[in-house]
Design a protein around this ligand. Structure first.
Ligand code: ZN
Length: 232
């Protein structure tokens, strides 16, 4: 087992790209894993490839540490459906009090699949962008949920599984600041131009904070965070 390796849950968005930089600054060897779960928009999976390639080009020190990228299919989430991320549904508040973008069980499945892949790769440190501060009420982003899943996986695999969540207690403005601390303006530019956060998968409208429809809750959060970050 390699305690100096990490596996980053990497979706190609702002948060997981910042987490990837965080891991590259701390671990000697870093691998990435992304999940196809029937997302309606392909921009996310395309952004993953573009971000990884831009990181390799612009950060030679990190490129030397950046190992394999894995893509796993979790189509069961699409099969279960009923969310605005996998089906043609409006993004609004659902009857359960959560936005229709909530995908039940998603982070539990992601962490389980990542831990199983890590088991095969000899990696027990996972890194994820879950955040309780700007979490839209998603119960599977809570620190308590992540800690319980890590404990369950540790028991299930008979091997200590550690889940690092560097963004858990910070807001989107602080996530931009963290990116700046880690990789300076070059990383800010990379995140702004290459990452995809928009729930509508929009890559045609460019704003100060990056590409997106500018209207959906994910764009709104990202835009407000960026404005707060630059006004500091
Ligand atoms: Zn959007």
């Amino acid at each position: 087992m390699n305690t100096n390796s990490a596996l980053v849950l990497f979706s190609g968005g702002q948060d997981s790209t910042t987490c990837l930089a965080w891991a590259l600054a701390r671990f000697a060897q870093v691998e990435t894993v992304g999940f196809g779960y029937g997302q309606r928009h392909h921009t996310e999976m395309e952004a993953r490839v573009n971000v990884l390639s831009a990181l390799r080009q612009r950060f030679p020190d990190w490129a030397a540490r950046l190992g394999e990228d894995h893509v796993l299919s979790l189509d069961v989430l699409k099969q279960i459906g009923g969310t605005a991320l996998t089906n043609a549904m409006a993004i609004e508040m659902g009857a359960d009090g959560l936005p229709t973008t909530f995908v039940p069980g998603r982070n539990v499945m992601f962490l389980t699949a990542a831990a199983a892949l890590g088991y095969r790769r000899g990696i027990t440190d996972l890194v994820g962008g879950m955040c309780e501060t700007d979490f839209s009420g998603y119960p599977d982003c809570r620190d308590k949920t992540i800690a319980a899943v890590a404990e369950a996986l540790t028991l299930a695999l008979a091997r200590r599984v550690t889940v690092h969540t560097p963004l858990m207690w910070i807001d989107k403005a602080a996530t931009w600041s963290l990116a700046e601390e880690l990789g300076g303006k070059s990383l800010i530019d990379l995140i702004r131009d290459e990452t995809a956060t928009c729930y509508e998968g929009d890559r045609t409208h460019r704003h100060d904070w990056g590409y997106g429809c500018g209207v959906c809750p994910a764009c709104d959060l990202r835009a407000k965070g960026y404005m707060k970050y630059i006004s500091r």
